[in-house]
Design a protein around this ligand. Sequence first.
Ligand code: PEP
Length: 250
Amino acid sequence: MTRRPLVAGNWKMNGLRAGLAELEAICAGYSGALKAKADFLICPPSTLVAEAAAKTAGKGVMIGGQDCHAKASGAHTGDVSAEMLKDAGARFVIVGHSERRADHAETDAIVRAKADAAWRAGLTAIVCVGERKEQREGGKALAAVREQLAGSIPEGASPDRLVVAYEPVWAIGTGLTPTPGDVAEMHASIRAGLGKRFGAKGEEMRILYGGSVKPQNARDLIIQPDVDGALIGGASLKAKDFLGIAAAYT
Ligand code: PEP
């Protein structure tokens, strides 16, 4: 089974319009062997989604949102719906990022409703899961992620509507990463879970690794079996680093 890798950037709450020059540099670097081998996605803050989508049109780099509300519209001040992201040119939306789970008390049930909302709007949901430090240290990482997956992914998932991102909470923005062996073990466990629930379709679903991926460690992490790309935070803000990570696929 060959799954086309997805190299995805999460700009978080970073980026002004002037920062879109980095996106143009990413588009310029997305050519040749890289374009032949991997998909590129950048998720800027929602203020930049429309302009980013316009700038990347026809260049192959896709744009996504970082979160969406479960409802399509209504009295939810400050929130953005999946339909709005789609209308602005997004193709994907990240849901259940650990920063959303921590800062906004998002439960698995909320994440699941957001993934459903993404599908309703015609977006692909990137559902994030990942254990906390004490769960890893207590030998409970696999069980914790299994439970999050079961609770966060709605029924009816298909490979074109769902991407899973495994992001150990303790590795995000810290410079720490699991060993390549631990990554392989977790991805195999996630793959088995998807297979159990979605049958043969589970084989085709992409599972990304995220957490302190840098050009220096990318190759070791993403060549692991069942790792189908990366979700990149800090290093996606600079085109040189993002392209340096993606170069692991060439
Ligand atoms: C993220 O926020 O999804 C992430 C993986 O961040 P970083 O690459 O900075 O650890």
